[in-house]
Design a protein. Structure first.
Length: 600
């Protein structure tokens, strides 16, 4: 492997990049730098975000600047304001020891008058978004006649954003005798058209393979019911206590809704979408970059060009319409040799798209299995312990505070203090996962429906644990029932203590096990009650598969029940807002719970 010095980088730039921690060239830098240091060399570089491409074109571009000419000699086009500012910042860092070199970021959302004023004073490098640069060109305030190097950074994203006409107008004004470098993560047909029209016998450099995802990113997908997507998101986020990532949504409305829910549920999150003002977007991005936010919920348009280091996860709350966008999304993690995880939460109809993406990026997706509540709480606990072990203790600052603290806690043993600390930190999460339903992973095998039907019949006739009897009840998940609510219902119906075993919830009905000595009493007592005018039906499950399946069929339910179920659902929604609870069926949902004869 060559060094930067062996690639021909000047000493003034070498000094700056060594201070920035650059040790040896990355593959894309080793390929591109010699090409751009020469003349009449056009280059197409297919490389992902995070491969070191800014230095690949930035170092040679800066080195070729003639400081005596105060006109733009290098033009770098990029898709967004955020990327524009970041590239300009990097170039300023690289040119720290080049006295008098001027780099100007040109973008919309800021004063065009101040940009014109700076251009009149003289600049050497212009980093621009296509729209604002075209505006300056139309005003005759920017001169591109001396441009020797043109760079299109993230060209595919610029075209996706509709900048084709603007790019054509800009490229028509730069001298034909210039180096041109086109960076792109993918190679769609529109990129090929631009290369044929504006580039001269370009050399193609591919880092990895075309359209290939980064080697150090794991790709995982979870197939869930649409109604479980948010619960799935929470469970995934909880399982990674140190997560620092972006959650991509398809629409502005969905982005804001998910962000609001996460904030309400206590997560360190915020939104980024097109309805925010530029000042709001800047404030959110600043918090995210300095890691005051763990989770950024964003649309694809708002997140274009974001260049944030050390992201651990990309979560696709909705898969993008265009397969190429998945590459852009996932490529924001696992950068500069680090590992990352790209997680897709999708429903069964999107399985085909997962296969298409897998083929496009030449990577295999793992099918995710949701961790149990116990596993999540355990992982969160050990994360807290790690932070406790590593926390910096400022002895001098807290010395005067500790004596009264010791006196206050002297009656507690060490084990008691630890238990109280854990409870203080985790009671809310422990309570949530103690009552939370497990999220069902959708079976996406070809014989899914056949297997589901067979499994349903097997479960109906399943043998109960020794000493228990398995019973059927005509309420299930579709009625908002959870294991906790079923236990509550049994306790309401049956006087005295009842030993309850395994609970098996289905959409339209459920099974539960009780002490076989109490089974007859449970059946008699529960069959004498109704909820919302619908009679509770409890029977032995053994040998009743056909009859139970028919009786549980929602199509056989009276229309009145459908109406009452909607009423109960509305009541529950109000209750959730008031209690900030995820329990779908609280005790006050039994408002019309009564005996068949009308007595409570």
């Amino acid at each position: 492997m060559k060094t930067f010095e062996e690639l021909g980088i000047a000493s003034s730039i070498l000094k700056a990049i060594l201070e920035l921690g650059y040790e040896s060239p990355m593959p894309v830098q080793e390929e591109v730098i010699p090409m751009l240091l020469g003349d009449n060399n056009d280059v197409i570089a297919l490389a992902k975000t995070g491969t070191g491409k800014t230095a690949a074109y930035g170092l040679p571009v800066l080195q070729k600047i003639d400081l005596e000419q105060h006109l733009p000699q290098a033009l770098i086009l990029c898709p967004t304001r955020e990327l524009c500012l970041q590239i300009a910042g990097d170039l300023n860092d690289y040119s720290k020891y080049i006295d008098g070199l001027k780099v100007l970021p040109v973008y919309g959302g800021s004063s065009i008058e101040s940009q014109i004023k700076t251009l009149k004073k003289g600049v050497h490098v212009v980093v621009a978004t296509p729209g604002r640069l075209l505006d300056l060109m139309n005003r005759k305030t920017v001169n591109l006649e001396q441009v020797r190097n043109v760079v299109l950074d993230e060209a595919d994203e610029m075209l996706d954003m509709g900048f084709t006409d603007s790019i054509n107008a800009v490229l028509a004004e730069v001298p034909p005798s210039r180096n041109m470098l086109l960076f792109s993560a993918t190679m769609p047909k529109e990129i090929e058209r631009i290369t044929k029209q504006y580039m001269h016998h370009p050399k193609e450099i591919v880092i990895g393979r075309k359209n290939e995802g980064a080697e150090n990113i794991r790709h995982i997908y979870y197939l869930v019911q649409a109604s479980d997507k948010y619960l799935a998101l929470k469970r995934i986020v909880d399982y990674y206590p140190s997560i620092y990532g972006i959650i991509f949504c398809r629409t502005r409305k969905e982005t804001q809704e998910i962000a609001d829910k996460l904030i309400q549920d206590g997560y360190n999150a915020d939104s980024l979408h097109g309805e925010l003002s530029q000042a709001q977007r800047d404030a959110v991005m600043q918090k995210f970059r300095i890691k005051n936010l763990q989770l950024l919920i964003a649309t694809d348009v708002a997140a274009r060009g974001l260049d944030v280091d050390d992201l651990t996860h990309i979560i696709h709350y909705g898969l993008p319409d265009e397969i190429e966008l998945y590459t852009h999304r996932s490529g924001r993690t696992g950068r500069v040799g680090k590992t990352g995880i790209s997680i897709a939460i999708c429903h069964v109809k999107e399985k085909r798209k997962i296969r298409e993406i897998s083929s496009f990026i030449n990577k295999t997706f793992e099918k995710g299995q949701f961790p149990s509540g116990h596993a999540i709480c355990e992982k969160q606990l050990f994360s807290l312990i790690d932070r406790l072990e590593k926390v910096k203790v400022n002895e001098d600052e807290i010395a005067t505070l500790m004596p009264p603290v010791f006196r206050k806690l002297e009656w507690l043993e060490k084990e008691d203090i630890i238990k109280r600390l854990i409870s203080l930190e985790f009671n809310r999460m422990l309570d949530y996962y103690r009552d939370a339903d497990e999220i069902a992973i959708v079976d996406d095998s070809p014989s899914r429906r056949e297997n589901t039907a067979k499994q349903g019949k097997r479960n109906i006739s399943h043998q109960a644990e020794k000493g228990y009897e398995r019973l059927f009840i005509n309420f299930g998940k579709a009625d908002g029932m959870s294991p906790g609510q079923l236990i509550e219902l049994i306790n309401l119906c049956v006087p005295g203590k009842v030993q309850i075993g395994r609970i098996d919830l289905r959409d339209a009905f459920s099974f539960f096990e009780v002490d076989d000595k109490e089974a007859r009493r449970v059946i008699q007592q529960m069959n004498s009650y109704e909820i919302e005018g619908r009679v509770i039906s409890v029977e032995p499950a053994q040998g009743q598969a056909h009859g139970l399946q028919k009786r549980a069929n929602k199509a056989d339910r009276p229309a009145a029940f459908h109406r009452s179920a909607e009423s109960a659902k509305s009541q529950d929604t109000r209750a959730r807002k008031n209690t900030n609870s995820d329990k779908p069926w609280r005790q006050n949902s039994f408002g019309r719970f009564k005996r068949k004869n009308g007595k409570r």
